[in-house]
Design a binder for this molecule. Structure first.
Ligand code: CDP
Ligand code: MG
Length: 136
């Protein structure tokens, strides 16, 4: 049975700064993801705080929001069968040091905070995150 899903992917400032967006998009396409829409934007700290509000009680929240708003990012809607889980697998663990071989974070992540990509973690959050960036 097919279960086509959409998930939100972000190429974070550390990766855009190193001009890795085409390399990362190629990995998604090679792994069967359809990039439905993408845009390169820079968000404000307030917008980053809203986007990451599930983490507002965490010690890294302030730095995380400063970082996500520190430079251009590429936001994309990715579509594939089981896209949410498949994207999480392809991204690898949050900490690049713990990420498996062949994952995006293993290949490009610099550190647990500068880990190159974001991906939605559930069906509900994918919808919320897609609406956050693409609701007209
Ligand atoms: O991005 P992912 O869903 O794998 O991890 P998360 O636990 O939802 O954390 C969101 C983001 O916060 C991570 O991708 C990191 O950029 C950052 N973070 C951090 O800076 N320090 C940590 N100890 C954990 C997460
Ligand atoms: Mg997360």
């Amino acid at each position: 049975m097919s279960n086509v899903e959409q998930t939100l992917s972000i190429i974070k400032p550390d990766a855009v700064e190193r001009n890795l967006q085409e390399n990362i998009k190629k990995i998604f396409v090679e792994n069967g993801f359809n990039i439905k829409i993408e845009k390169k934007i820079k968000i404000s700290k307030n917008e980053a705080e809203e986007f990451y509000k599930v983490h507002q009680s965490k010690p890294f929240y302030n730095e995380l929001c400063s970082y996500l708003s520190s430079g251009p990012i590429v936001v994309m809607i990715l579509e594939k069968d089981n896209a949410i889980l498949e994207n999480r697998k392809l991204m690898g663990a949050t900490d690049p040091l713990k990420a498996d071989e062949g994952t995006i974070r293993k290949k490009y992540g610099i550190s647990i905070d500068k880990n190159s990509v974001h991906g939605s973690d559930s069906v509900d959050n994918a919808k919320i995150e897609i609406d956050f960036f693409f609701k007209s």
